[in-house]
Design a protein around this ligand. Structure first.
Ligand code: UDP
Ligand code: MG
Length: 328
């Protein structure tokens, strides 16, 4: 099979028929074999009924129904697990992403050898204040922190080599950072394609303003986990030692000043009257705490069931080579 199209959806009943017809048309025109995996993320409307109807008429349409709403990341993750195509394409259900982009994305993965190609909604049909401006800021920060030169990290339209989606795990709200997760898993040939964006035809956006706060918190944790997940002491230990050191030195300076003053017979205010005393006390305590956090984090890391999971690129002369390289 050439392509798996994964469509996460939450209350999108009006769009699904048109979307699947459109994808089907594009695939037939380009004689590509495909499957569409529609992941119903606990919709409250008739989305699932629509999917049942569509899958009866077209065996290429598959459905997965969540019992409740788990979020787009969960839907994508389950879609990734089920995908069988050589190239996996994710696409929003709301018709904002155009299926016409599929053949070119497929070509970039197959012929240009990209591991991942992300869409870039260069011209965007969303509200300027609520989406476009915040998203520019967010993309700039993510670019800077991750070192991946993409303009539009959160574009729903992306294409992957099959082995990329089989090696990564998306959870929480981490779907915004799939390129970082992929890079971290060793897939560094990440490309970008300007894609047509369209107005939402039906329904409303499922993500409110809270995504900007949560998005940044997620960025912090993903950067932390990718850099220090397996060696937390390098983060906490360094920070803790630095603070402790600064605190101790300034406490010593204060004490020595006092002693010099006393031995010269000068009148000097109490050490505890100086604001520096409290600052040094604070940094000593905080430093110790950070250090201890580092130890605790190391202990947790040692007990993690995934502490020795490494992504293996290839194995030679082993039985079931493919399976090993996929799941380790
Ligand atoms: N979505 C989902 N689960 C959720 C929220 C959204 O599967 O909890 C789907 C939604 O149905 C759509 C895609 O994720 O197919 C993108 O959502 P939306 O269009 O609301 O986001 P926006 O384009 O406004 O950023
Ligand atoms: Mg949308």
């Amino acid at each position: 099979m050439d392509i798996s199209v994964i469509v996460p959806l939450f209350n999108e009943e009006e769009s699904l028929a048109k979307l699947s017809e459109w994808i089907d048309r594009v695939m037939k025109e380009n004689s590509l074999s495909y499957e569409i995996i529609m992941v119903d993320d606990g919709s409250k409307d008739d989305s699932w009924k629509v999917i049942e109807g569509l899958s009866e008429n077209n065996p290429c349409i598959r459905g997965i129904k969540f019992r409740r709403n788990y979020g787009k990341s969960a839907a994508l993750n389950v879609g990734f697990e089920h995908a069988e195509g050589d190239v996996v394409i994710t696409m929003d259900a709301d018709l904002q992403d155009s299926p016409d982009e599929i053949p070119e994305l497929f070509r970039m993965i197959k012929q240009d050898g990209y591991d991942l190609v992300s869409g870039w909604k260069k011209v965007r049909y969303d509200s300027t204040l609520a989406k476009n401006i915040p998203s520019k800021l967010y993309n700039a920060t993510t670019r800077w922190l991750s070192g991946i030169k993409l303009h539009d990290f959160n574009c729903g339209l992306k294409a992957y080599k099959k082995k990329v989606v089989k090696s990564i795990e998306v959870y929480g709200e981490m779907h915004r950072y799939i390129p970082i997760i992929a890079k971290w898993a060793g897939f560094s040939k990440i490309g970008e394609k300007v894609v047509k964006h369209r107005k939402r035809e039906f329904g409303v956006s499922k993500f409110g303003m809270n995504r900007f706060v949560n998005g940044y918190l997620d960025l912090m944790s993903i950067m932390f986990v990718s850099k220090f997940g397996k060696k937390p002491m390098h983060f906490f230990g360094l920070l803790g030692s630095l603070m402790f050191f600064v605190g101790i030195i300034s406490a010593i300076v204060l004490g020595v000043q006092k002693l010099i003053a006393v031995s010269n017979g000068e009148v000097m205010r109490l050490v505890t009257d100086s604001p520096y005393f409290y600052l040094s006390l604070c940094t000593i305590i905080l430093g110790t705490q950070l250090f201890l956090t580092g130890f605790v984090a190391e202990l947790i890391g040692r007990n993690s069931p995934t502490r020795n999971h490494y992504l293996i690129e290839e194995e030679l002369n082993f039985k079931s080579t493919n399976e090993n390289s996929k799941h380790n």
